[in-house]
Design a protein around this ligand. Structure first.
Ligand SMILES: [Fe+2]
Ligand SMILES: [Fe+2]
Length: 272
């Protein structure tokens, strides 16, 4: 069960207007990596909501029902704000519709294969583990966004807080409805492998597409720059590897790692 209050903050961020093409520390690679992840949110988070809400009728616990409501509202606003974010960055180069179509294709494939609601939920749990890991990375390393344009830093910290707050909602529903025994574990692991290839593959693809569209098409950006950001500095993939592996432990639960102190530390900045 969630250890944090899941509080939707309906904020409209002001990202359009000025040219902030290298909004992340003036670094084109770091900017493209974050923008590449942002492309996945509007469609991805809509899918997460649907896959969780599908099982709402099976839930009787009033706390989990209210967590689901909070989750749905938070992801709804994230989806809306990342659509606005993506529209704003498109002005710097890159074709959002083309990139989004790649993610939509994965969802269409699930529809075509008649994927079960349980498997869709398992995918959501896996993606939510990714967003929680990245969120906690942002909150645990205050220097990560230190040199970023303030409004971009604000949108990412806001998203990070809310991802940490609702990180267990999909998983708590999964625990209620998952196939029994080994079958449930195998489905959860299979979904994590799929989610890993989609999340890592597409966010990197998107980052490279942005770099090329913005005139940074040399390998020192698209190959080495992307590798350096992931593995060396700030080394997001390297630093989250341990958390990633924790997902494969049979008794995994998102709140086995208590991140409530991180939420408490930052949330006052977003109080109305
Ligand atoms: Fe989100
Ligand atoms: Fe989420």
């Amino acid at each position: 069960m969630s250890m944090a209050e899941i509080k939707p903050r309906n904020i409209k961020f002001n990202l359009a207007g000025e040219d902030k093409r290298n909004w992340f520390n003036g670094d084109p690679v770091a900017t493209a990596m974050m923008d590449g992840a942002s492309v996945l949110f509007p469609i991805g988070e809509t899918f997460f909501i649907e896959s969780v809400v599908h099982f709402r009728d099976r839930v009787t616990d009033p706390k989990l029902l209210s967590d689901i409501r909070g989750f749905q509202q938070q992801e709804g606003v994230h989806s809306r704000e990342h659509r606005r974010y993506n529209k704003a960055i498109e002005a710097f180069g890159g074709n959002i519709a083309e990139l989004e179509a790649r993610l939509q294709r994965e969802i269409d494939l699930l529809d075509a294969k008649n994927a079960s609601p349980e498997y869709r939920l398992a995918l959501t749990c896996a993606f939510e583990h990714f967003t929680a890991m990245l969120a906690e990375h942002v909150l645990e390393h205050p220097d990560f966004l230190e040199g970023a344009e303030p409004e971009f830093a604000r949108v990412w910290r806001w998203h990070a807080i809310e991802e940490a707050e609702h990180k267990s909602v999909a998983y708590d529903v999964w625990n209620l409805v998952k196939p029994k025994g080994l079958k449930g574990y195998v489905m959860r692991v299979r979904a994590m492998f799929k989610a890993t290839s989609v999340f890592v593959g597409q966010s990197r693809y998107n980052a490279k597409a942005f770099l090329r569209a913005r005139g940074y098409d040399r390998a020192r950006y698209t190959v080495w720059g992307v590798l350096r950001f992931s593995m060396i500095r700030p080394g997001v993939l390297r630093k989250t590897l341990f958390e990633y592996l924790a997902y494969f432990v049979p008794g995994f639960h998102p709140w086995n790692k208590d991140s409530s102190h991180l939420i408490e530390k930052y949330k006052s900045a977003y109080e109305a």
